[in-house]
Design a protein around this ligand. Structure first.
Ligand SMILES: [Zn+2]
Length: 341
């Protein structure tokens, strides 16, 4: 698994991203010129049903069949080193899915073992946020040895690379910063705590900040955009920010402050080479990233002085999870191999 002895070799792996309603696989080549997706296969699937594992196998088989099988014979193709699977859940060190509220059909299934038995190639399985961090590293910062990735969606996901290795923690929950408490007197979170970071800094947090501003009469533009404050979503805020609406801009500035607070804490804890931010709201580009960089510099001098940690946007994209799963084959799902092989 160590390719330092053959630096010019092209290595092929398959990565599969298990979504709620579809399963996407990519065949990835990693060589001297970087990482390239050379083929893809997608099938409809239902992550709430046990048959979701059959869809994973179907996708992997289709890609193997089109590219000469696992050992590359028949077409003179490069052998496939293995299959990586990313899913919305936690996978134990033996490859069994233990907790997956959004992919309940996979819980208790030995995904890794079944792939290895039926396909005859090494397999790894991991949380989709960890796959995303591996993809962000390969595309955005391949030379970084210390990287923090945070994804802002309905909640907040994340992943850590420390000293070149993907960090899982003792039970597989490392790198999930959404439930760090940033305000003990804040709103209740479904996890049972109050004032978790994702209550403020996720996409739903942005919607909540917007509703709060409308209820206080501070954002007439946002109030006019919807029939009722409960209908407000993050997209309403970002659309009005693009138009320069003062109330929406004020909400977004507050939101950026909460994002910056969590980012500053992560910088203090981990001293990373780079922080990579992803998710829908990051598509606003400098509207958010510029504010976050400025606020970290202004309000959090301990995290910013003399460190100058770059805060950049994740390349993201619909294939990022599958790409990260493919790269995970060489990383090792349990950090057995360094990111920089
Ligand atoms: Zn929480």
């Amino acid at each position: 698994m160590d390719d330092r002895s053959t630096p010019t070799a092209v290595r092929r792996t398959i990565g599969i991203d298990v979504g709620g309603t579809k399963t996407l696989g990519v065949l990835v080549e990693r060589g001297p010129d970087g990482v390239v997706v050379v083929d893809r296969e997608q099938v409809p699937s239902d992550a709430a049903r046990p048959e979701a594992v059959d869809a994973i196998l179907r996708v992997a088989r289709a890609l193997l069949d089109r590219h000469g099988g696992a050992d590359g014979d028949g077409a003179g193709a490069v052998a496939v080193d293995g299959v990586g699977v990313g899913l919305a859940g936690f996978v134990d060190p033996y490859g069994v899915v233990r907790s997956a509220p959004n992919s309940v059909g996979l819980v208790g299934q030995d995904v890794r073992g079944r792939l290895e038995r039926e396909l005859g190639v090494p397999a790894v399985a991991d949380n989709d946020a960890n796959c995303a961090v591996v993809a962000a590293h390969a595309v955005s910062a391949p030379d970084a040895r210390h990287l923090v990735a945070v994804t802002f969606g309905t909640g907040i996901g994340g992943g850590l690379i420390v000293d070149g290795k993907l960090v899982h923690g003792a039970r597989g929950f490392a790198g999930e910063p959404g439930h760090m408490v940033v305000d003990p007197s804040g709103p209740r979170c479904p996890c049972g705590q109050h004032g978790c970071w994702e209550r403020y800094a996720s996409g739903s947090g942005l919607a909540w900040l917007a509703r709060t501003a409308v209820e206080r009469g501070e954002a007439p533009g946002l109030a006019a955009a919807v029939a009722a404050p409960a209908d407000l979503r993050g997209e309403h805020v970002t659309a009005l920010v693009a138009e320069g609406d003062p109330g929406a801009v004020a909400v977004f500035e507050t939101y950026a402050g909460w994002v910056a607070l969590g980012v500053a804490n992560l910088i203090m804890l981990l001293d990373p080479d780079v922080v990579v931010l992803g998710g829908g709201v990051i598509a606003t580009g400098e509207e958010l990233l510029g504010r976050v960089r400025r606020i970290v510099a202004e309000r959090f001098p301990a995290a910013s002085d003399s460190r100058h940690v770059p805060i950049v946007a994740s390349p993201g994209g619909p294939e990022a999870g599958a790409l990260g799963a493919a790269l995970l084959v060489h990383v090792g799902a349990r950090g057995g191999w360094a990111i920089r092989g």
